[in-house]
Design a protein around this ligand. Structure first.
Ligand SMILES: NC(=O)c1ccc[n+]([C@@H]2O[C@H](COP(=O)([O-])OP(=O)(O)OC[C@H]3O[C@@H](n4cnc5c(N)ncnc54)[C@H](O)[C@@H]3O)[C@@H](O)[C@H]2O)c1
Length: 323
């Protein structure tokens, strides 16, 4: 089996999770890691027995890379991707793909002529619960989607990039992007967005701690999403979705989809591949078709979160095509 040699740009919490999963995949090997914080690069390099760099340009000078992972704070996207593309390397990049549409569209345009394999970290698309839901909804009319992302992530260091609006885009861009992506994946494209936001409790940050978003899908279906990261309780309402299709409802969360059969709620799930397995196999085979979240698709999910932030700021309906 041809070995896939991988370099990492960014060695934070999320990157370490990917490195650990890649270590379990036969034929995948992390050969170089890079972080602007030298101790993070060093620590990942020691754990995975690789070389460490503090500048992505130096990592990209290596001639043994088959692919690159980028796991960066939201504000740091742009130059690293362009340099990876210039090196003609397939890449995995974490969601959300950028802090604004200008950067995302510039990278998308640069990619267009290359045919490079890309994969964005919307791993929920590959889950059994998601694929079963897609099967149930196939050829059915969806009337309404209601999503929630209620969690405690907003608590913590207010100076961390995550809790600064100009560095992360806030909860809708950085975190509830997963629920927005699920709504798109299950219900189709969104045409119009209206949102209201408030910051009622976590006043030490400039990010909203309450988000209420209304969506109009191109199909004619409607949707709503509420998101808060001020809630200090459990995560049972984080990243969940209720769907009304014709006269039936289902409830999706990452671990299962619940449907009613003969008046009883029945939970369904099945194993799915990890997103890392899918990406590594695609790079090895050159066949991108199993990738469910390529760069150009993920740009559309980003657009919806940014439209929601803009709508709340300007107190108006935002047409997705206008962004
Ligand atoms: N798919 C998921 O479920 C999931 C889960 C968690 C995080 N994420 C995403 O992963 C990304 C990283 O999140 P995290 O929690 O690991 O953040 P983090 O802050 O722990 O890690 C980011 C790392 O990138 C480094 N960095 C910044 N600029 C750099 C540059 N130009 N070159 C090299 N390194 C650079 C930072 O020093 C830091 O170590 C974010 O986009 C986040 O949204 C995705």
């Amino acid at each position: 089996m041809k070995e896939v040699k991988i370099g990492f740009i960014g060695c934070g919490g999320n990157a370490n999770g990917h490195m650990n999963r890649l270590a379990e995949i036969e034929g995948a090997r992390v050969v170089a890691v890079c972080d602007v914080q030298a101790e993070r690069a060093q620590s990942a390099a020691e754990k995975h027995n690789t070389d460490a760099y503090t500048a992505h340009q130096e990592l990209l000078e290596r001639d043994d890379l088959d692919a690159v992972y980028l796991s960066l704070p939201v504000f740091a996207h742009g130059e690293p991707e362009l340099d990876v593309i210039a090196r003609d390397l397939p890449f995995f990049v974490e969601k959300p793909v950028a802090i604004n549409m200008d950067i995302a569209l510039m990278i998308e345009e640069e990619l267009m002529t290359t045919g490079l394999i890309t994969c964005v970290g919307y791993q929920l698309r590959y889950l059994g619960s998601t694929q079963i839901t897609r099967q149930i909804l196939k050829d059915r009319t969806i009337n309404m989607a209601v999503g929630k992302y209620w969690c405690s992530t907003g608590h913590g260091d207010p100076n961390a990039w995550l809790r600064q609006m100009n560095k992360s885009g806030g909860q809708l861009v950085e975190q509830a992007t997963h629920t927005i992506d699920m709504m798109r994946y299950m219900c189709g494209e969104v045409e119009t967005v209206y949102a209201m936001q408030a910051n009622r409790f976590l006043k030490e940050t400039d990010c909203p701690d309450a988000n209420s978003v209304t969506l109009q899908f191109a199909s004619g279906a409607v949707g709503s999403l509420t998101a808060t990261w001020a809630y200090a309780g459990d995560w049972s309402n984080a990243n969940v979705l209720d769907l009304l299709y014709e006269d039936e409802i289902l409830n999706w969360n990452p671990s299962r989809v619940s449907v009613q059969e003969d008046g009883e709620w029945v939970d369904k799930t099945e194993p799915g591949p990890t997103i890392d397995e899918v990406f590594v196999n695609a790079v090895r085979s050159g066949d991108a078709s199993p990738i469910l979240s390529p760069y150009s698709d993920a740009v559309k999910t980003l657009e919806i979160s940014l439209a929601a932030n803009l709508s709340a700021q300007e107190k108006r309906l935002v047409e997705i095509s206008s962004l």
